[in-house]
Write a protein that binds this ligand. Sequence first.
Ligand code: ZN
Ligand code: ZN
Length: 775
Amino acid sequence: MRLIVTEKDSAARKIAEILGGRVSVHEHGRGRQKVRSYTFEWGDAPATAIGLRGHVMESVFPNTYRRWSLKTLEQMIREPGLAWVVDGGAAGTLAALRTAAKGAKELVIATDYDREGELIGHEALEILRGDAFKRNPGDKPEKKKRASTAKRGTGTPATAEPAPDDPSPGELRVKAMLPAAVVDRHVRVRYSALTPEEVEAAFAKPSTVDFNLAEAAHSRQDIDLIWGAVLTRFMSLASYRFGSDYLSVGRVQSPTLRLVVDRELERRAFVPVPYWEIKATLGRGDESFEVAHARGRFESLDVTEAALERARVETAEVVAYKAEPRKDPPPPPFNTTALMSAASGAGMTPARAMRAAESLYLDGLISYPRTDNTVYPPSLDLRGSLRALSAWPPVAATAARLAGQAKLAPSRGKKRTTDHPPIYPVGVPRGELSGDQAKVYDLVVRRFLATLLPAAVIERQRVDVRLGEEPFLAYGASVASLGYLEVYERYAAKRDRPLPALQVGDVLQVLDLHSEAKETQPPGRYGQGKLLEKMEELGLGTKATRADIIQHLYDRGYVRDNPVEPTELGVALIAAFDVAMEKAPVDISSSGMTAGLEHQMDRISEGELRRAEVVAESQEMLEQAWRLLNAHATDIRDRIKSGVREDLTLGTCKNCGGQLRVLRGKTGKRFAACVGKGEPEAGADGAAPEAGAARAAPEAPAPGEAGARPRRGCGQTFPLPQRGTIVPTGKTCTECGWPEIKVTGASGRGRPWVLCIDIDCPSKEKYRARTRKRS
Ligand SMILES: [Zn+2]
Ligand SMILES: [Zn+2]
């Protein structure tokens, strides 16, 4: 029997169907732990395919570090004592794997084709061979109650007595599931799409697990765990943030937050400069269009008004008209970042788009969605995809036409890698897709066709007119030939703004003439798509992790809204790094450091460096950073506290002029309350312990930090929405004068929602009346 191990259940099922046709399904375990395996005839021998649930092993600290304490951080950096152990949540998967592996004489690793997939393959080998630890061998035995009774009874010190169930070294490891010889003879197959062609070709040409590549992924796991744990604990403990309010800091996450914060600080420092523009509306018959003064910006009002006076005429004359066709080349093939960015432009968060892309891949509809490549390899069956798409109604005609074309000339991007092709459609859905899946599939299909279609031709127009002696001009554009826009227009920037057909000497009516006062604008905030592109440019994270890292910034309350805006907490966190790292050789929250480590991971996968060396080097860097942070602990705490306080202050109390602030009740429900004027005491910032406190296991609440205390406000409170992020708007309600707040992300999508904080406000009456009418 041959055992085939994949990364996920759906890949196992798909592979069984492709290789075997007739598949019998076995269920192991039940409920959430239920795992399926698929048995089929492959050639003339039986085979079983089974999927894991992503990673089944993880790096863990020994249990001596379970308690959060500033005192143990230094030791945690120097002697992390990490062990690679079986993931506690994978028990059901392992039990199923054991059953499925029975009697296997051959082993095929068919996990995803990338660095993480290689590591998951390595994990499967460790477990099957019986080499995987169940727990960290450096764990201290748990003290048992019985031991202390024994101590009292016999006078033997509890520590000297081994706990009764301390496992012998043999039981430290998971029992082998296959003979070592079978595991050592394993083969590894690599495929980029779950299609019959790809899978059959991969199984016909197997190789072995690339342990260097797996080691690179393993190093990243270790380094991220040590960095994340040490810095998160330091920041949380230093600023007294406990329980579910802990301050998460990460090796890639913090430099990403820095991008958002730096942009915000630039915006805040920006001094707008006033300027003026002069515009006119010209008409002929029932056509009209707008022209602007050729000078563009006027720096003073006097000069503007003088020019405006000189341009006050009845008619304008066309003095030049130019129309030039320009080629607008088709976009390059999609890699992960470009797909996420385009999806973001279509109103989807990158994290959601990634999930949808993954499920489309597992359904055999698109190729592997984690790729940097933007050049189709010559071996790719473009025509096969086109023939398949000829059966998908929205683009059937275009696909069929391209399939019948003698020569295909795909566009190409700048990045060329050899692991995976760019993302392209490999199948057509049988039924109707819905939600995000439908959107991402449509995007991938249209992009694919666009890359095979010719350039669009855009006619660019420019007209120069004179109003009296003053020069004015306007630009226009119209699509002369659709080219790739035939299928991609909905995702492309709008290009059709034609000017009327004009000729030199034409006389036009001046319908309107006015000046507009404007200000120079600060640089814009990053949209989520733009932020992803920036991360890729700086080497922050990988194609597999970027979308999740951005999502995490939202989940931790460091950023809000889209375009991405940092909260005051996010700003304070970066400021905390800045004070501490001012004189440091490397700023651990900078992208340079992170990108450097990524480079070392590439060297591990090339076999030039070893995991231990790279992890040790990063420990040294972390120790330096930690020393600097530790020296600034008080300053860091003050900054974080005032950042949090600002985020939670919603506005001014109408009764007493105090501050309205977000607080949490004992049950964790949030509400707004007046906390009076004056600087509030520590602890009044809503950091009351919540239900999740036990999980983060802080040492102890700092004195005076937690628990109820009398507040000094006027007693005014308001209920608040319990879901979404609450953002102060700085505005007050025009109906009642209480502050207005904005709620973002309450439903996971859709627009932010602005409302008056007062539930009895007349504005709500109108709203209620409107909804009553609607229903
Ligand atoms: Zn008040
Ligand atoms: Zn109101």
